[in-house]
Design a protein around this ligand. Structure first.
Ligand SMILES: NC(=O)C1=CN([C@@H]2O[C@H](COP(=O)(O)OP(=O)(O)OC[C@H]3O[C@@H](n4cnc5c(N)ncnc54)[C@H](O)[C@@H]3O)[C@@H](O)[C@H]2O)C=CC1
Ligand SMILES: O=C(O)C(=O)[C@H](O)COP(=O)(O)O
Length: 378
């Protein structure tokens, strides 16, 4: 069996080699010719899996080690009977870590407090729920907009988009869709941004295209720069809007989900799906061998600072999103690589999830907050 896999899929050779010959390729540039005699195609979000790519090939299984599936023509796969599997939820905790690292950065650099503010989350899927639950466990006033999940019922604090736009912090976790009951493409445009107030924090870690970049730049001007922005996903990836980069607090190259464990889980989930597809009920490789533990099993945080600062210091000890922002700005300035965006993603400096570590905090009342923000419970 011939398996073509994106070279940015961690552990691909280790996991799949016992099933067939694994060839690693650049996911951004995969061609129809490269995969014509392959049986299995394993991708990440940068490969557009379309009729054009697959037609005439012998591929009978496509796996995407990602949550998002907007790069896959699912209708075409169904039409021609190619099996498909993605990795729902694989990096949800990683994205939630990113959100809290962004807020920690804003607190430590601008003293921008969020703990007692009104928080709005858009999208209540695996990521949005992980983010929402952390805010709720922290005791924040948090609400959620997800008309599809709201219809299904549930106890979360569902609200309209208008209400989200009145929040102090808005965190975007909807997929990119341009059809269906509630398409998200451009859902945050100039009309919606006109309703956000000065001082708002917007975190965009779903997909570029959900928020209109020019409208965001315009609103930033209207509010004299009084908007705080943490942006991971961009409309024209791998190109990024440098005007937007110049005004945001944090700019990162679509790495919110790039925890070591999240990426490994993505490959692992696709591996499991392929084993199922092939009718293999025992896996040669165990989950515990495929997903790493963290480097630090515990950290101590100093007492004597505010609860919010303690939270921020703890989060930043494991993952400080500013390191990814600095790398991006530095690399674009240096501009030695032909494709800076993909270079940064390929050479991503590993990071662990907060849940791989326990924080030992001595001061009263902080332990429960530390657990709620995503660390492993003591
Ligand atoms: N920046 C990054 O590295 C990552 C980005 N993502 C993106 O985040 C998205 C969300 O991930 P998950 O929560 O795991 O996906 P999911 O598929 O579990 O949930 C998506 C949720 O969005 C809701 N939704 C759809 N249309 C909506 C609308 N118009 N308004 C509000 N909510 C709407 C759906 O009902 C669903 O509950 C993914 O589709 C992916 O594009 C995911 C992982 C990493
Ligand atoms: O899982 C998703 O959806 C994502 O957005 C991925 O984390 C993006 O990573 P790549 O697939 O582009 O490496």
């Amino acid at each position: 069996m011939k398996i073509i896999a994106d070279e940015n899929m961690p552990n691909a050779k280790a996991l799949f080699s016992h099933l067939g010959d694994v060839e690693l390729v650049n996911g951004r540039t995969i061609t129809n010719n490269q995969i014509k005699d392959a049986d299995v195609l394993l991708v990440r979000s940068v490969t557009k899996v379309t009729r054009e790519l697959l037609e005439g090939s012998s591929v009978c299984f496509v796996g995407s080690a990602t949550i998002g599936v907007d790069h896959i023509d699912l209708d075409y796969l169904a039409e021609v009977g190619i099996a498909f599997s993605s990795a729902p939820g694989c990096n949800a905790e990683a994205v939630a870590d990113y959100v809290f690292s962004g807020l920690s950065h804003l607190y430590m650099t601008k003293k921008l407090s969020w703990l007692s503010k009104k928080i709005g989350v858009i999208g209540y899927g695996n990521v949005g729920k992980a983010v929402y639950d952390r805010f709720a466990d922290l005791g924040c006033h948090v609400c959620i907009h997800d008309p599809i999940k709201e219809k299904e019922g549930g106890s979360a604090n569902f609200v309209s988009l208008d209400e989200i736009l009145c929040c102090d912090v808005i965190s975007l976790h909807a997929p990119l869709t341009n059809s269906g009951p509630c398409p998200t493409m451009g859902m945050i445009g100039s009309e919606e941004l006109a309703r956000v107030s000065a001082g708002v924090t917007i975190i965009s870690a779903g997909r570029g295209g959900v928020i209109e970049e020019n409208a965001l730049l315009e609103r930033y001007k209207q509010l004299d720069g009084n908007i705080h922005l943490v942006i991971d996903v961009w409309d024209a990836e791998p190109e990024i809007n440098q005007n937007l980069v110049s005004i945001v607090d944090i700019a990162t190259p679509h790495i919110a989900g790039y925890s070591k464990q999240g990426r490994e889980k993505g490959t692992w989930m696709v591996y499991q799906a392929l084993c199922r597809h092939l009718g293999l009920n025992s896996h040669v490789i165990n989950k515990k061998d495929a997903i790493s533990s963290g480097w630090l099993s515990f950290i101590d945080v100093a007492a004597g600072v505010s609860q919010e600062e303690m939270l921020a210091r703890s989060v930043q000890a494991i993952y400080d999103v500013a390191r990814d922002d600095v790398r991006l700005r530095f690399k674009y300035r240096e501009n030695k690589e032909s494709n800076v965006f993909d270079w940064l993603r390929k050479h991503y400096v590993e990071r662990d999830e907060l849940n791989t570590c326990t924080v030992r905090a001595n001061s009263n009342g902080v332990s429960s907050l530390i657990d709620a923000v995503g660390f492993s419970r003591q």
